[in-house]
Design a protein around this ligand. Structure first.
Ligand SMILES: *Cc1c(COP(=O)(O)O)cnc(C)c1O
Length: 222
């Protein structure tokens, strides 16, 4: 199937409360334009430089979501235009995002990335660390960021039970944290699910899925 057909196939089956992020990493801009002309304008990239280069070349009404690990010293490059940062995993990073957002006279929507997988390779905060961050005074002072929800990645396994349990644990934590909302913490978005597991993620309460290979085909490199 073509990229446009893949996109329609996925979107037509999505519940209305679920937002699709088309994960465009590693793909050239002509492929991204196929998605754009098919009517989809929400893109996800995992590297700052790649996102900046593509944003420069593509139409300005695209929403760019940064979904990969973010280093503090690179925040300044995306702060003027990024629509959402999914990968906030420390207070220090959040403080830098706040600082750069302030310079750009805006509020940057963010998600806290929570570590739910049984692997050493995934970034993110533990439930305890996330709770501490949200409760801290330093966090509450930040006026140019808003935490709109949580992001998580399940283990890279074929075992559906393991994946489901990880998604469920994040959903449970998300529900608990919704009671703690404050000026800059208003969680309504649960970003979980990729090509291999988004159906399961939606079943477990996801409201935002990040899908690459099911739209564009396999990536040739990481
Ligand atoms: C690459 C990536 C995805 C999409 O992965 P696919 O398996 O291609 O759908 C989702 N989330 C993050 C954080 C990614 O880096």
């Amino acid at each position: 199937m073509s990229i446009a057909e893949n996109l329609h196939h996925i979107k037509s089956a999505l519940p209305t409360h679920v937002t699709l992020i088309a994960v465009t990493k590693t793909h050239p801009v002509d492929k991204l334009m196929e998605v754009y002309t098919a009517g989809h304008k929400i893109f996800g990239e995992n590297k700052v430089q790649e996102m900046c280069e593509k944003a420069e070349l593509l139409p300005k009404d695209i929403e760019w979501h940064l979904i990969g690990h973010l280093q503090s010293n690179k925040v300044k490059y995306i702060a003027p235009f990024v629509a959402m940062i999914h990968s906030v995993d420390s207070l220090k990073l959040l403080q830098e995002i706040n600082k750069q957002a302030q310079k750009n006279n805006r509020v940057i929507p963010c998600l806290l990335q929570i570590y739910i997988a049984k692997e050493d390779t995934k970034f993110g905060l533990s439930f305890e660390e996330a709770k501490e961050l949200i409760a801290s005074e330093a966090f509450q002072q930040l006026q140019n960021i808003k935490i709109l929800g949580l992001m998580g990645m399940a283990s890279n396994t074929d075992d559906q039970t393991v994946i489901k349990n990880e998604f469920r644990s994040l959903k449970t934590f998300f529900n608990e944290q919704q009671k703690n909302h404050s000026a800059n913490f208003e969680p309504s978005i649960l970003s979980m699910g990729m090509s291999s597991d988004y159906a399961l993620a939606i079943e477990c309460g996801s409201t935002m899925i990040r899908v690459g290979s099911s739209i564009f085909g396999q990536r040739n490199y990481l």
